[in-house]
Design a protein around this ligand. Sequence first.
Ligand SMILES: C[S@@+](CC[C@H](N)C(=O)[O-])C[C@H]1O[C@@H](n2cnc3c(N)ncnc32)[C@H](O)[C@@H]1O
Length: 252
Amino acid sequence: MAGSADTNDGKTLSAFVRRFQPLLEAALREQGRLLDDVKSARLHIFFPDKASVLIGSSDPYNSSAALMGIARQSIPAEAPSRSTLKLAEAIETFMDKSEQTRLLRTGMTAVDLGAAPGGWTWQMVSRGIRVTAVDNGPMKGVLAKHPLVEHLRQDGFKFSPRKAVDWLICDMVEKPAKVAELIGAWFVAGWCKHAIFNLKLPMKQRVIALDAALGGIRTRLDEEGISYKLLAKQLYHDREEITVFLTKTKNR
Ligand SMILES: C[S@@+](CC[C@H](N)C(=O)[O-])C[C@H]1O[C@@H](n2cnc3c(N)ncnc32)[C@H](O)[C@@H]1O
């Protein structure tokens, strides 16, 4: 895939790049150099400016399939915050279509910690999932009085569900270690089967803090003999944070 920088200067090159990409693809195909097999490395042609080009490749299982990594999403008119795009992108990124159908079904239940004003909750209720939205702040727009939403003004770190739910989603602004401990505790208690949560990046020692947070979850679940899949990524719509998908798999 060919691209230019996602900046004002870069945009001046985007018309050229759009014309160039199909021509390059056709030429490479003619020479038998472009393989359509999904396991082959992904080719990246990046134009920093008009006079230079950087060529690289990436592992298709560890890179974005979207052009320039930009997962284009339009903000749904009813969603009360732009944050809704993060969860929409996480769902598209971490789950293939069959997992989305299997794991996000009408009638399922979710808890949203740090839910206000409701962008993440909206993604769940728009799929027919009943949500307990925990936040001292107000839920806005259609989420303020939605039949599938119960809003509780409580501390997300102290909240425990009356009954186990399918999903935990969590976008509270807190230290990664504290969020990681909370997520681990939810899985160990059996309060949820799947989770999507954000880890906010600290100002310093970001990699160390994230490794410690993710490592803490892995250690906790391993100790309890819980089998799981954990995927983490800084998404296009993420800012100073990374998004994590954690799901229980069959027990060992
Ligand atoms: C980034 S916003 C969440 C945005 C939301 N995901 C959306 O899509 O609209 C973070 C929220 O976490 C809430 N929050 C922070 N600490 C919390 C806590 N201890 N308990 C509950 N909510 C908390 C804040 O009140 C704030 O509304």
